[in-house]
Design a protein around this ligand. Sequence first.
Ligand code: ADP
Ligand code: MG
Length: 354
Amino acid sequence: MWLGINFFSMEKQQRTEISSLGEFGLIKHLTEHFELKNPSSIKGVGDDAAILDYKDKQTLVTTDLLLEGIHFDLTYVPLMHLGYKSAIVNFSDIYAMNGMPKQITVSLGVSKRFSVEDIETLYAGIKLACDRYGVDLVGGDTSASMTGLTISITCLGEGEKGKIVCRDGAKNTDLICVSGDLGAAYMGLLLLEREKKVFASDNAIQPDFAGKEYIIERQLKPESRKEIIESLERIKVVPTSMMDISDGLSSELLHICKQSKLGCRVYEDRIPIDYQTALMAEEFNMNLTTVALNGGEDYELLFTVPLEMNDVFQNLPGIKVIGHTTDESLGCCLITRDGQEISLKAQGWNSLEK
Ligand code: ADP
Ligand code: MG
């Protein structure tokens, strides 16, 4: 299972200097337990480049850059979770195109602060994600760094010609759907940040996350929604547009509407929110709808389907119909519980902090 969260646990481990292995020794050590699972992975780590063969499928490519201090804080993010999350955020981008992730490359900048054991732990998380989602590690790059840890992951995936879904394909009167629930990862982040401050003022206080496991998990160990892509495939539905929710529902809805040249109406009472998210928002004295609309890092899927599919999508487990698209001239609005129309803004989760 997952590690408990232990602030500053990094300092307690056994420590082998990376310099004692050297760059090649480290790469071998990190990658030797990864076996190639996919027929499209012809050659992985060990040469100047990997060889892939996608036959008649189209290739999807996405990349993410994560910088210590900007994108993650190692005082409360365990390295294994960081490895896992770095991988799945990339898988999520491939699923959002209605594709299947197949390979990743992992590039690292590592300062002297990190031991071989630390990087091994990071790779254990990457391996867990690769095994769960059927993805091969086929290469990367490794460099010393002056300033902490940098991780860049590139993911390649396959999509079927004609079934790849972009952000610009939504049509007027389409239904707008989301998977899972929203805002939990952001509440998890605020909780971790709060506990970090408490710990900084008194090192004897380890945080108690009882009853808050779900929001912590959503922040530290998110999943990407492979099973939603599989269930769409099973019912033979190709959404008209789709993206993953990494910057908040509001911002992503505006992207789809802008690129598809449409407006939208989404209904406050239809936005899926977990109970723990609601409790935490109350504790932080924050408006729950604002949290669900603008909290980031949910990695749920947002997509549109034709109105005729209403009966099917009203009853699909794990999916909620939250509204519909409109003519562009009507703008993008939230309909509140008491029937008011409020313009959607791309607030993003950073600006939510008080
Ligand atoms: P080059 O000098 O051509 O960049 P490297 O010595 O950096 O080659 O890499 C050797 C092999 O190890 C290549 O297959 C590369 O993709 C792989 N590799 C390097 N760093 C990593 C890493 N951090 N994770 C996974 N594979 C890596
Ligand atoms: Mg290299």
